[in-house]
Design a protein around this ligand. Structure first.
Ligand code: SF4
Length: 454
């Protein structure tokens, strides 16, 4: 807080624009926690902000342009408020922070992925009118200081918890190991403490996240991911547990058994395959073959017959032929995922794959991608139709346009009609309409109260 001209205390406001994955979302929630502890409040619009932060991503296509165009817009905040601070953080800041400063010299603050805990000092520096820059290649040993801050979340009932940072894999297309560093698992006691805080704050669903969450504990040596699942399930008040992203190679039978045995672990898993062809999987250095991946899927379906699955796919990796692409299509048909996140390959500067030349032209790859998406739309619709007239459990997360909205344990979006306030409740819902990307139904019972609604 600072005194304005008339002596009235003016509360400073922040605005954060987040690009990219859930790790970035969670980092932004932690940044908001730090800012809250410094007396900042969220701004409704960037034009009202005293601090604008852009949390960047390096994984998807043309991130530099997207960030630069956002910064170009945010620069206007200084017309009205010359003291406003503009900052950039996240993977792109880590990889190309100094370049960004050259392209956008009005940026006041840049910090890397392991320097977030230093935000209070950086902010002080920027507020004095200096350029505040901290991008270090090595992992900052003090990064765990970040864990002490609470997250500021939009969603009151579900919360992310980062359990592992970085990644030891070296998928040839991926920039993450270079921007986020090697795997660092958080101590189990610290994670459980955070789970406890969240439950006390009203959270019902805990979502454990990491670039490679199934590698949790490898660097600690005395604990494995499945043990973390059991430990989290023992915290009173945890009603649901999810986790992403698991690497197929690190998903072991102990974890799958734990998923089946622990009542709170939801029947849903995102297991990226990226490509169906063994040749392309090898070129990507994914560490498994199609057969090995499908064996994991078989094991999951054996232990958890009603599991819903989703995956990531890259179409048009360098060297991919039509025959290779057909192997991916084959996997889609065989697994019948509930959801697929498919992207056209685009090179990331600094990765080994960026040195490889493209085999197919862009138009052909776009056609493959569009055919794949159309096929998956049909599969998703078919899977959704299985819900018609079924009664499912939904955690209601928000109210939107007169309907309550939540997710099933299998991660399906459900719109619910009810005259009762269902926010934050776990409810039985009878599905009476199935859409391509969501379900609709009516609430028949609030499970938390075990009371019939009518
Ligand atoms: S597992 Fe591969 S794709 Fe995932 S973060 Fe690590 S290197 Fe990137």
């Amino acid at each position: 807080m600072e005194k304005s001209g008339g002596g009235v205390e003016k509360v400073k406001k922040y605005y954060i624009r987040t690009f990219g994955c859930q790790m970035n979302v969670n980092d932004s929630q932690k940044i908001a926690g730090i800012l809250k502890s410094l007396g900042y409040e969220p701004a409704n619009h960037w034009q009202e902000a005293d601090l604008i932060l852009v949390n960047t991503c390096s994984v998807r296509e043309k991130p530099d342009q997207k960030v630069l165009s956002a910064l170009g817009e945010f620069k206007k905040v200084k017309n009205k408020n010359p003291d406003a601070v503009i900052g950039v953080c996240g993977c792109l800041a880590q990889r190309a922070g100094y370049e960004l400063l050259q392209k956008a010299p009005f940026v006041d603050m840049v910090f890397g992925t392991t320097n977030i805990h230093n935000l209070p000092q950086l902010l002080k520096e920027a507020e004095r009118g200096n350029k505040a820059v901290e991008i270090i290649e090595e992992i900052d040993e003090r990064e765990t200081e970040l864990d002490r801050y609470p997250t500021v979340r939009d969603n009151k009932y579900t919360a992310y918890i980062t359990v592992i940072r970085g990644c030891d894999k070296r998928c040839t297309y991926c920039i993450v190991p270079y921007t986020r560093g090697k795997e660092r698992s958080r101590r189990i006691g610290e994670i459980l403490q955070e789970v406890q805080w969240l439950v006390e704050d009203g959270v019902k669903e805990i979502h454990l996240i990491g670039q490679n969450v199934t590698a949790y504990g490898k660097d600690l040596g005395d604990v494995k991911f499945y043990q973390l699942l059991y430990a989290v399930s023992q915290v009173e008040g945890v009603e649901r547990i999810r986790f992403t992203t698991g690497h197929p190679k690190d998903l072991d039978e102990d974890t799958i058994k734990a998923m089946a045995e622990i009542p709170q672990v939801c029947e849903y898993l995102h297991l990226p395959i990226q490509a169906g062809s063994d040749r392309i999987l090898k070129a990507m250095d994914r560490g498994y073959t199609q057969k090995e991946y499908l064996e994991k899927i078989e094991l999951l379906k054996k232990y958890i017959p009603d599991i819903a699955l989703s995956t990531d796919i890259i179409v048009g990796f360098p060297g991919e032929t039509y025959q290779d692409y057909l192997e991916t299509i084959k996997v889609l048909k065989e697994v019948e995922y509930d959801q697929v996140f498919a992207f056209k390959y685009s090179p990331r500067p600094g990765t080994p794959a960026a040195e490889l030349s493209q085999t197919e032209d862009g138009e052909t790859v776009s056609r493959w991608l569009s055919d794949l998406i159309n096929l998956q739309k049909e599969i998703t619709f078919k899977k959704n139709k299985e819900y018609q007239d079924k009664t499912v459990e939904v955690l209601v997360e928000e109210e939107k346009e007169g309907k309550f909205v939540g997710r099933t344990r299998t991660n399906k979006l459900v719109h619910i009609d009810s005259g009762h306030n269902l926010l934050g409740e776990i409810v039985k819902v009878k599905i009476n309409r199935v859409n391509r990307f969501s379900l609709e139904g009516e609430a028949v019972k609030v499970i938390s109260e075990e009371a019939q609604l009518w």
